[in-house]
Design a binder for this molecule. Sequence first.
Ligand code: HEC
Ligand code: HEC
Length: 407
Amino acid sequence: MKKNYIILLAVFGLCMAIAVASCSKLIPDMINPEQGLCGPTDLTSAQTLLFSKGNDQFFANRTKETGLGPYFVATSCGSCHASDNRGHPFTILTRFGQIDSTGNKFLALGGPQLGNFNLPGYTPQQIPEGATSTKLIAPITGGVGYLEAVPDSAILAMAASNKNNPDGVRGHPNYNSIPNYVSPLYGAIPRADGKYICRFGRKGAVYNLFQQVALAYNHDMGITSSYAPYNPFNYLEESMPQTAASPEIDNNDFYSVVFYVQCLQTPLQRNATDNDVITGSALFNTIGCETCHKQTLTTDYSPIAGLAYQTIHPYTDLLVHNMGPGLDDGYTEGNAKTAEWRTTPLWGLGLAPGVQGGNYYLLHDGRAHSIDEAIRLHGGEAGISAERYKQLSKAEQNSIIHFLKSL
Ligand code: HEC
Ligand code: HEC
């Protein structure tokens, strides 16, 4: 049975690899918005080579010989982040164990992530008794380098501007501890307790893309690096070493993947001048969606010139918001509580079905199969704006959806 799953996963990986193969051909051209999100920002030729190397690593399927496992969720970054857009339920991951002030109590039992698959000869991993679990589907990776270059001061200003919001929108940055292999971002404003504003991941608990890549290799593929040198699954098998192994990805390959995701192009809006898109965009603002899904942000200094001082349209405030009991997963990360989620960037939304078999899998666990359904499932701080959406005429609702599909 397990073997069949591995074969299925491999076939799925292959299909995804074919779907994204056009990425490598595009380099170093600028992005064609109809073809997905791959393609570098303005890069020097040396940077383009590094991007290209990172692209290869991102889509390279790992095997036992190249460090995969023994427990893993998928065999490459690209099998979950197809075309650098939203993920498919086929590669949904399960995280478990409750994180509180003492950390995740289930780390010694193979946490924090379930290895859905294992190499032959290993006992399939189970969620330990008493552990809370949550399911997460891959978010869009296009444009994440730009989000990394948004300064803390802008995030704090967005949080402050909600102070007296009449709809009850609040939102706060996810302050979390950062590992010692991560250097603070340019303009970082740490809190008195030494915690930093984090912004990646569904609950915004990951600090920067360097940390995200270290965690992804480690937890999603069971691949150790200089930065995350322990195999999280070692505890599951007595025969496996409990000490740091030699890295299964070398530092140069690792940096190329960080650079690759940093340089992914922002999805570009299409049909922006259609009357219906203009109407939908205005309605999106008037019913209060834009309070959280901030249309325009600007980046600060970045060592990658193409990312510095740019105006971007991600439709997020990078804050976490209480989304109500319907979206409460009982799981906490950093200082995000169980019903709190980071505002999902809406860019690339209309391109997602193009790489997901024509379907939508929206919200953190992919439960919403249309944009309309995703909006209707908004509660908590977003409850009032979602209610206003429900009160609109069908034609007005369609304009909003038409607008969102143009992103
Ligand atoms: C099993 C599927 C899977 C694999 C494999 C995977 N990811 Fe992810 N990725 C996810 C999920 C799910 C999240 C959200 C995680 C969270 O909420 O903490 C995510 C988050 C991210 C983000 C943050 C996006 C954001 O806006 O917060 C980046 C960047 C990223 N992954 C890059 C990578 C890279 C690079 C690799 C390979 C080293 C990789 N991922 C492998 C599923 C996957
Ligand atoms: C209080 C802040 C807030 C408001 C207001 C808000 N949203 Fe959201 N939105 C979020 C958060 C947080 C998520 C992610 C929830 C999750 O993953 O469970 C989200 C997710 C979405 C998604 C799914 C995106 C994806 O890729 O999965 C869509 C579509 C969306 N919102 C549209 C809207 C529209 C339209 C409105 C106005 C009616 C709106 N939102 C109002 C915070 C907000």
